[in-house]
Design a protein around this ligand. Structure first.
Ligand code: GAL
Length: 645
């Protein structure tokens, strides 16, 4: 099932019908429109121009396309900014961010919340029951361009209110934040300032609360839109298009009130921006790293409680990474099949036609900017549609054998208090995911506190704050559980727990971490025992009565276990990580295969998919005839078998 993002307002009306017909011909069923069109919908306050959008609905719907309507709130128009300049977000240096691109609003502006409600309601009343309307996308990519945190007067006022509700009294707040340190005590909530522009590092507990507050502001803002749409457009679904590798707000929490999650997949752009080594980036520059998109598919399947779309799919070179290669032939098609293998319901390409004007004129579309022809990516999208048709209705995804616990708050904590320049939580989680996928295993990415029943192996790469719900879920897990460094190292108030880390996890593993080291690039300490390799970046000194499965050369425990629970007190290098994953997969009774570095497998119901990002053909071990592709999986290609094979 394919979709496409379309901007009717960018093209003369007389090309819409032809565009709609070509979309159908290409195999597209869904078309997303409207998400940046406020200035065309309401050029002046109260002066609504619906005619063009009415017509777009008619033309697209008339061609048999189902419309996904975006609310236009990512782009408040100029007249609104002129009326209320204080809608603009404020950067951490105290400067208002200007008009002239997008996302120029703070989630804490009462005026903007009111104005957003007004335009969303107008739109939902007009189109909420339209026969062509399939569902809604709220706003666009919350937080893009670093807009979750804003440091202005509205943000401060809302933060103080939030603190008042959370702590009730200044004394409680002082105790929670440890403000006796450096005379930071406040006598009233009005004394609280934002944690920016301090002479040196601001209080970490204050920063964590500010991040939690900001995350809840995004959620509340989205909830406002969702409530209006549910009221005015009953029976239609609502989603939001989240961004990859973006953790500034808690996506699990926001998606609770959505029908499913969607995310925007730009695998090569992300490969350019992720902290890969230069050698890895060179290796994957035209294909993307083979776990970049899958990591997010599995994450957003979790965020969407089993359901997700790819709302925007890279169709060719993008314009926003430091370097923007052309995807190798085959990749635009491969990414679409791969998303479906991971459970996507729809993959929607961004965008129908490359725009010849404005900021994204160097960003490919499925069509060339002069309207002459399909782009190379467009031709591949047509092939993807044909292969998907061969697969027919796809079966539901089953529970994977491995759960990886992913926590947005963990990333905030590691950014607020890195303790070592290279301790990057998202990178750690990604590397654990990559290592277990190299063994041919499927992974569900879950929220801390989600039930872990039925998972043979549970991985928590790092979880500094372990909530009561998470503690209970780990205690009830029936599989092998592995905790990574810094797990249980902080209380909810960002302090060191009594009894030392891993805090509440000490009830599962009798141990304590008495000191930690971050390590300069190039420094490694070897580890041997049931796993072998070295630590880099980070290590911990553990005292324990539990079983020690691997030690550092100087005798300190590196990997300890009690029953089925394991704790790894280091950042593992590639060798240590792959031996750890083989070791715990074996203990969990999982059958593994050692895949070449560019090959990945994924099951969906009865189907098994293989994806080859590499340059060598992969002779698969499956004996049945593939439904799509060949037994020997060609480079930059895929094959699909019935599972029995
Ligand atoms: C996304 C965004 C789109 C477009 C695209 C370009 O982040 O939602 O509007 O800017 O990137 O890759």
């Amino acid at each position: 099932m394919l979709g496409v993002c379309y901007y009717p307002e960018h093209w003369p009306q007389d090309v819409w019908a032809e565009d709609a017909r070509s979309m159908r011909e290409l195999g597209v069923s869904y078309v997303r429109i409207g998400e940046f069109a406020w200035s065309r919908l309401e050029p002046r306050r109260g002066d609504f121009h619906w005619d063009w959008l009415d017509r777009a609905f008619d033309v697209l719907g008339g061609a048999g396309l189902k419309v996904v309507l975006g609310t236009p709130t990512a782009t408040p128009p100029k007249w609104l900014m002129d009326e209320h300049p204080d809608i603009a977000p404020v950067d951490d240096q105290g400067r208002p961010r200007g008009f002239g691109s997008r996302r120029h609003y703070t989630f804490s502006s009462p005026v903007y919340i009111r104005e957003s409600a007004r335009i969303v309601e107008a739109l939902a009343r007009r189109y909420g029951g339209h026969a062509a309307l399939a569902g809604w996308q709220t706003d666009n990519e919350y937080g893009c361009h670093s807009t979750v945190l804003s440091w202005g007067p509205h943000d401060l006022a809302a933060f103080r209110d939030w603190l008042r509700r959370r702590y009730q009294s200044p004394d409680e707040l002082n105790a929670a934040w440890g403000t006796v340190f450096w005379s930071m005590e406040v006598a009233s909530f009005e004394d609280v300032t934002l944690p920016n522009l301090a002479v040196t590092e601001a209080n970490p507990a204050a920063r964590l609360d500010f991040q939690r507050f900001a995350s809840e502001q995004v959620r509340a803002y989205d909830r406002m839109q969702v409530d209006i749409i549910r009221r005015c457009s009953p029976g239609r679904w609502i989603t939001h298009n989240f961004m990859g590798f973006f953790t500034d707000f808690d996506h699990f929490a926001l998606a609770e009130h959505l029908d499913f999650a969607a995310w925007d997949s730009y695998p090569i752009g992300f490969t350019e921006k992720f902290p890969f080594s230069d050698a890895e980036r060179a290796l994957w520059q035209e294909t993307a790293h083979p776990d970049i998109a899958p990591f997010h598919h599995d994450l957003y399947r979790g965020v969407g409680r089993g359901r997700f779309w790819v709302m925007e799919q890279q169709p060719g070179p993008v314009n926003w990474a430091p370097y923007n290669p052309i995807p190798a032939p085959g990749m635009v098609k491969l990414w679409a099949l791969e998303a479906h293998a991971h459970g996507a319901e729809v993959v929607s390409y961004f965008r129908w036609r490359q725009a010849p004007f404005a900021q994204e004129q160097m960003h490919a579309g499925l069509n060339l900017p002069d309207r002459s022809d399909l782009s190379p990516g467009g031709r591949e999208a047509a092939m993807a549609a044909r292969d998907l048709a061969k697969l027919g209705v796809l079966p539901a995804s089953r529970r994977a054998p491995v759960a990886l616990v992913f926590d947005y708050e963990a990333d905030w904590i590691c950014k607020i208090q890195p303790q070592g320049a290279s301790f990057n939580y998202v990178e750690l989680a990604f590397r654990w995911y990559e290592a277990v996928r190299r063994l041919g295993l499927d992974v569900d990415i879950v929220r801390p506190g989600d039930s872990l029943d039925g998972y043979a192996l549970v991985l928590a790469p790092s979880l500094p704050i372990v909530s009561e719900a998470a503690e209970a879920a780990f205690a009830a897990a029936d599989g092998v559980v592995v905790f990574g460094p810094r797990s249980g190292s902080k209380t909810r108030q960002f302090s060191i727990p009594d009894g030392l880390p891993p805090g509440p996890l000490r009830s599962l593993i009798p141990m304590r971490v008495i000191e930690v080291a971050s390590m300069r690039p190039g420094v490694r300490k070897s580890v041997s025992g049931e796993i072998g390799g070295a630590s880099e970046r980070w290590l911990e000194h553990i005292e324990t009565d539990a079983r020690v499965l691997a030690r550092f050369a100087d005798g300190w425990p590196a990997l300890v276990a009690e029953g089925r629970s394991h704790y790894l007190g280091l950042w593992p290098d590639a060798a240590a990580l792959s031996s750890l994953m083989s070791c715990v997969a074996r203990k969990a009774g999982l059958e593994t295969v050692a895949l070449p570095e560019g090959v990945r497998l994924r099951r969906r119901g009865d189907l098994i998919f293989a994806f080859n990002y590499g340059v060598e053909p992969w002779p698969s071990p499956f004996t049945a005839a593939p439904i799509v592709g060949d037994t020997i999986v060609a480079p930059r290609s895929y094959s699909v078998w019935p599972r029995a094979a």
